[in-house]
Design a protein around this ligand. Structure first.
Ligand code: NAP
Length: 238
């Protein structure tokens, strides 16, 4: 397999789901660029574990996303994972809140994909894996901005799969359920207990659960799968 096909960029990989994806890809023989924005030390620790390199870039800034991709020399595998959440009622969601959520979750994915696609077109090969959320499918009360941003990623996945398929590039989307990461640290025990009760498999997901699905989508076993929205949620969204 060419070196390009074994090169991966994982955005937001300093902790949580992104760190687990970077770590699993590293263990599976991929050379991984571990992107972070604020958490340098954590990202460097992940990079040391994966044998890859940490790279600081705020993906919401087009020039930084471009520097991330160019710094890696392009990559055959892109995992668009960087994301921020927001729990607020709509009337309390300020235009700045709304913009921040969309700028990281949606613009961030667009910025990195836009910079990386020319490399993939040159190689006639690519695997784009977008991390959305089950709330992008179902919608979450008091999380309108977050849910809307994650829904946008479903449209991005489907449209891009049609545009890029003829060029040998697959585009798929993972929708995690309730995953035990820092993002959910503020939810409180009672809320988490209710969410587990609503999950048919009766547990929180782990970052490794999501990483396994991402590795599958990057593998040869998934070469005829594109434009798909795959839930990794213990059955929550069924
Ligand atoms: P997390 O623990 O809060 O980690 C978020 C990651 O995103 C961090 O590495 C953070 O890096 C990075 N990040 C944030 N803003 C960034 C920016 N502007 N540029 C680059 N990196 C940025 O979150 P998580 O739970 O692992 O979630 C990862 C993804 O899965 C997100 O897209 C989230 O929406 C999605 N998801 C999570 C769950 C869940 O239950 N946890 C469920 C469904 C979907 P720095 O600290 O360095 O800024």
């Amino acid at each position: 397999m060419s070196e390009f096909k074994k090169r991966a960029i994982v955005t937001g990989a300093s902790r949580g789901i992104g760190a687990a994806i970077a770590s699993l890809f590293g263990k599976s023989g991929y050379s991984v660029t571990v992107n972070y924005n604020k958490s340098r030390e954590a990202a460097e620790a992940v990079a040391a574990e994966t044998g890859g390199a940490a790279f600081k870039a705020d993906v919401s800034v087009p020039e930084e996303a471009e520097a991330l991709v160019n710094g890696a020399g392009g990559a055959g595998i892109l995992v668009l994972n960087a994301g921020v959440s927001l729990i607020k009622q709509i009337q309390d969601t300020t235009p700045e809140d709304w913009r921040r959520v969309f700028s990281v979750n949606v613009d961030g994915a667009y910025n990195v994909i836009r910079a990386a696609v020319p490399f993939m077109l040159r190689e006639h090969w690519g695997r784009i894996i977008i991390i959305s959320s089950m709330w992008g499918i179902r919608g979450a009360s008091c999380e309108a901005a977050y849910s809307a941003s994650k829904s946008a990623l479903l449209g991005l996945t489907k449209a891009l799969s049609k545009e890029l398929g003829p060029s040998g590039i697959t585009v798929n989307c993972l929708c995690p359920g309730v995953i035990d990461t820092e993002m959910n640290a503020g939810l409180g025990e009672e809320t988490l207990r209710c969410l587990v009760e609503d999950t048919p498999l009766l547990r929180l997901g782990t970052a490794e659960d999501v990483a396994g699905a991402a590795l599958f989508l990057a593998s040869g076993s998934a070469s005829f799968i594109t434009g798909q929205v795959i839930s990794v949620d213990g059955g929550f969204a069924v």
